[in-house]
Design a protein around this ligand. Structure first.
Ligand SMILES: CC(C)(COP(=O)(O)OP(=O)(O)OC[C@H]1O[C@@H](n2cnc3c(N)ncnc32)[C@H](O)[C@@H]1OP(=O)(O)O)[C@@H](O)C(=O)NCCC(=O)NCCS
Length: 215
């Protein structure tokens, strides 16, 4: 295994970078979340305006996931600004309907505690296909069915849009790998050395697919 010492992915141009930093820093997922049932944590699809407003919370989710060791395109120590820039760069895709973002919020505080992206293929030959991305559940809210609820919302939207073939990838052997298998995703294969883990070690990535059509 090789190491990528200190290397960071190139940041994408961020809209209103410093403001996002301040807002994201102020978002905390309070301990009361532990006592709130998953049914109360509603999953919503965001329009472009809602997405833009959610970017600080979404950035905080990435920072939390990476702090927990998740491999989600970033390396350890990712800044709130860099995470916000990643989300900001996708705003045009949300605006034109290519991408739909789903979020779950703590009803008591409004804090975003989960996310999922449905990214529709733009290609003429694949109007039936979409990709799932940024499935993130805050560490304080895991193993309570929230990830499952976010995926169900994305799959429901995909079906209603005629996007019955879904694809995604994740670090082989990770928590997310087990999660997708539990949700019925089928393994396509694993590519060695595909991406650096958040700690800078090269790791394999497993590709999954799911056919949403009734059997
Ligand atoms: C993967 C992730 C989204 C799962 O979210 P979650 O809300 O904890 O998942 P759920 O509670 O809905 O779990 C549904 C099922 O998936 C499986 N599962 C979830 N987390 C698991 C884990 N850590 N280990 C093994 N199985 C797991 C279980 O079968 C679980 O059902 P159960 O709790 O009744 O046993 C969350 O762990 C996460 O955000 N991880 C870091 C970010 C990440 O890696 N995202 C994927 C990027 S591709």
């Amino acid at each position: 295994m090789s190491r990528l010492a200190g290397k960071r992915f190139a940041p994408v141009q961020c809209q209103n970078g410093s403001m996002l930093h301040d807002e994201a820093d102020s978002i905390e997922v309070d301990a009361e979340l532990e006592t709130i049932g998953v049914d109360a944590l509603a999953v919503d699809a965001l329009d472009a305006e809602g997405y833009a407003a959610a970017i600080p919370g979404l950035a905080a989710l990435i920072v939390d996931a990476v702090a927990g060791g998740a491999s989600v395109n970033f390396l350890a120590g990712v800044s709130v600004d860099d995470a916000a820039a990643w989300w900001s760069a996708r705003l045009p895709d949300v605006r034109d309907g290519t991408t739909t973002a789903f979020v779950a919020r703590n009803p008591a505080t409004g804090a975003i505690v989960g996310s999922t992206l449905l990214i529709r293929s733009r290609n003429e030959n694949s109007p039936h296909r979409a990709e799932i991305g940024k499935v993130l559940v805050h560490r304080s809210a895991r193993r309570r069915g929230l990830g499952r609820a976010l995926m169900a919302a994305a799959e429901d939207r995909a079906i209603s849009d005629g996007r019955w073939l879904l694809i995604l990838d994740t670090q082989a052997g990770s928590d997310a790998d087990a999660f997708y298998r539990a949700l019925g995703w089928r393994e396509l294969g694993t590519m060695p050395n595909h991406a650096y883990r958040s700690d800078g070690v090269l790791a394999p990535t497993t590709y999954f697919w799911k056919d949403l059509r009734p059997a």
